[in-house]
Design a protein around this ligand. Structure first.
Ligand SMILES: NC(=O)c1ccc[n+]([C@@H]2O[C@H](COP(=O)([O-])OP(=O)(O)OC[C@H]3O[C@@H](n4cnc5c(N)ncnc54)[C@H](O)[C@@H]3O)[C@@H](O)[C@H]2O)c1
Length: 311
């Protein structure tokens, strides 16, 4: 079975992906310094095909050792989101960029890398744009810039795939409620009120389980997908913020939606995203927005409150 190294595997995306890979019988090694939830992978500790190393991706000796015998490397370790990166600029550059430079320099010719970045730089300043993988990314935050620079370096390697992810939603063993859908459902549940600014800004969304499925799809179809960038999002969910709020209101009916006219969104995204390229490869999403909203509503309703976010 394939041997996979996942950095940052205890995080929001990683903990779901590791669980799915282990259940499929892949051999998975995770290195994570457990900045957030300490037990997000505890349910895998008893599995024979799982190994967890608490460590830092900036530790070159350790990374060198962990790269041995790995078929696939999925580098997820990063400082994620603009607010966290503003607080820790030095660490952001070290982890999001320099650790990737080191990792790539140590890869053997047959080792494959699947990278995850954000599609959030698309569409900035170009209203109503329909973006595909050839559209220019214009990151406005340190977070976005480090991810764009890292992607360029990753793609110089011939055995690489880069996923540009839409805004992810849904439950994870390491939950994040700073992500837009997760956040709005939590607010609707707790306050029965959604205050939306710049309501017509469009975004694209994807369920965390579908992100995990996309990585597994890439592992299984690597030779035909390699040396490419793919947008990964739900084509049925290119929605404005107000459309999203209304979908949430359908589930939590007594939610009041208020438009804040004078507040500006620092995140200037306003775009449709085309996910046709990965769909043409045969990838199909399985979890729509309604299913995610229902799942999140159940999560908050049943008392899931001990969350540590990235801000
Ligand atoms: N969640 C999203 O919406 C989204 C969208 C686009 C791209 N991504 C990318 O996916 C990846 C994972 O994001 P996430 O949402 O799971 O974030 P997350 O914050 O939940 O996970 C990041 C993990 O990396 C670990 N980490 C950070 N610095 C480390 C270091 N120096 N050494 C070892 N581990 C370290 C943290 O402990 C954490 O578990 C990131 O690279 C991010 O840029 C996420």
């Amino acid at each position: 079975m394939k041997n996979i190294l996942i950095t940052g595997g205890a995080g929001y995306l990683g903990s779901v992906l590791c669980t799915d890979l282990i259940n499929l019988g892949f051999k998975v090694t995770v290195i994570d310094k457990l900045d957030f939830k300490k037990d997000s992978l505890a349910h895998l500790y008893s599995k024979e095909n799982f190994e967890f190393i608490k460590g830092d991706v900036r530790n070159k000796k350790l990374i060198n050792k962990l790269l041995k015998n790995k078929d696939y490397i999925i580098p997820l370790a990063a400082l994620v989101g603009a607010p966290l990166c503003i607080k820790k600029p030095k660490e952001t550059i070290e982890v999001n960029l320099k650790s990737i430079i080191f990792l790539i320099s140590k890869l053997k010719r047959n080792q494959k890398i699947i990278f995850a970045t954000t599609n959030s730089g698309y569409g900035i300043g170009e209203k109503n744009k329909f973006c595909d993988e050839n559209s220019e990314l214009k990151p406005i935050s340190l977070y976005g810039r480090t991810k764009v620079d890292a992607e360029k370096l990753v793609l110089k390697n011939k055995n690489s795939i880069s996923f540009r992810l839409a805004t992810v939603f849904g439950f994870s063993y390491r939950m994040r409620t700073d992500l837009l859908v997760n956040n709005l459902v939590e607010l609707a549940y707790k306050k029965r009120k959604l205050e939306i600014f710049e309501p017509h800004f469009r975004r694209n969304y994807i369920h965390v389980k579908d992100v995990s499925r996309a990585f597994i799809f890439a592992i299984n179809n690597f030779s035909k997908m390699k040396n490419n960038i793919f947008n990964v999002g739900l084509s049925s969910a290119n929605l404005t913020k107000i459309q999203l709020a209304k979908k949430i209101k359908k589930h939590i009916k007594d939610t009041k939606i208020k438009i804040l006219k004078n507040k500006k969104d620092p995140d200037k995204r306003d775009y449709f995203v085309s996910n046709k390229k990965i769909e043409k490869m045969g990838f199909k999403t399985k979890y729509d927005l309604e299913r995610g909203i229902k799942e999140l509503f159940n999560l908050y309703k049943n008392g899931y409150t001990k969350l540590k976010n990235n801000y």
